[in-house]
Design a protein around this ligand. Structure first.
Ligand code: RIB
Ligand code: CA
Length: 309
């Protein structure tokens, strides 16, 4: 599978990039960064540092949108720390961003491959993807699939009572992506909140006989400081890696094709993914919405893969 990861690193974003690199089924064509957890200069630096961790300076990293399409920028430094990468001190990035805007990289890469061949894995606000769709409408029939960590049904909201962070930061971009007719798989908070980064699992990462394991343990230990307290669970949610995990092991997830729309007007609920799980409307089922995960099997799979790095 040839994929582009569009991302706002974020410790869980970095894990997603590393998981893709540990998996022979996946060819990571490039990383595009966006403003989200922290500003785009920082998410770009963090993406390069994650790739440096495993010596992959061959993977292009293109910086993208500095801000959402319409909404004022929002960040998540309360979860990820000021740099978005708190938890472990990594060396400075080995290189600057690859020249060329993220939106152009997405367009050029997709248009250079046969239709349907490229999967976009989006694990931050969808600003770059929306801009690419506006700039090159042909992407609607050329992108094979979008796998998004986005939204929520019964988990409702994590940045507001009604909205998940990636959609909340740029609800208009999410709306454009959902209206694109490109096959979309959503891994929402309903799934990510089941994937607890428990003390036992952190210990398994820490005990890994390589560099990546302990770094992941440190990243997740930092992230869970805020989220485990907020949810009162043994460990916090694990969000972004569920996208690459779904690509690798869709058999360990369950969901259903449903209609999803985005609230973009109400100040109270803007960014809410209005999910017709019970198929009350006869609106098109535009999203494969995942709600169940075989958590233990997924962690066992992750440990096997990360231990290869
Ligand atoms: O709501 C969870 C999402 O927000 C994840 O992608 C996390 O990295 C943050 O960006
Ligand atoms: Ca993210």
């Amino acid at each position: 599978m040839k994929i582009i990861i569009d991302t706002d690193p974020g410790q869980d974003d970095a894990m997603t990039i590393l998981l893709a690199l540990a998996s022979p089924e996946i060819e990571l064509l490039g990383v595009t960064t966006v403003a989200g957890n922290v500003p785009v200069a920082q998410t770009t630096e963090n993406a390069i540092k994650a790739l440096d961790l495993v010596g992959r300076s061959d993977i292009p990293v293109h910086a993208g949108a500095e801000r959402p399409l319409l909404r004022p920028p929002v960040n998540a430094t309360h979860v990820h720390g000021q740099t978005g990468f708190e938890g472990v001190d990594l060396p400075p990035p080995s290189r600057p961003a690859t020249p060329g805007h993220a939106v152009d990289f997405i367009i050029d890469t997709v248009m250079a491959h046969p239709a349907g061949e490229i999967t976009i894995c989006t694990i931050g606000p969808m600003t770059n993807l929306a801009l690419a769709l506006a700039r090159e409408p042909a992407l609607r029939t050329r992108i094979g699939r979008i796998v998004a960590m986005a939204g929520a049904f019964s988990e409702v909201g994590n940045i507001t009572p009604a909205a998940e962070f990636n959609v909340y930061v740029d609800p208009h971009a999410a709306q454009m992506v959902l209206a694109s007719d490109i096959p979309i798989v959503m891994l929402p908070l309903d799934v990510t909140h089941q994937m607890h980064t428990s003390a036992a699992r952190l210990a398994r990462f820490r005990a890994m006989p390589n560099r990546v394991g302990p770094v992941i343990a440190d990243w997740l230990t930092f992230e869970k400081k805020f989220e485990a307290t907020k949810y009162g669970t043994d460990g916090g949610p694990l969000h972004d890696p569920n996208t690459v995990l779904w690509l690798l092991r869709p058999d360990l997830y369950r969901g259903r094709g449903v209609n999803v729309r985005i609230e973009t007007d109400s100040p109270l609920t803007i960014g809410m993914t209005v999910t017709d799980w019970w198929q009350i409307t006869d609106l098109p089922r535009n999203v494969l919405f995942i709600r169940e995960a075989e958590v233990e099997a997924l962690y066992d799979f992750m440990f096997e893969r990360f231990s290869r790095l």
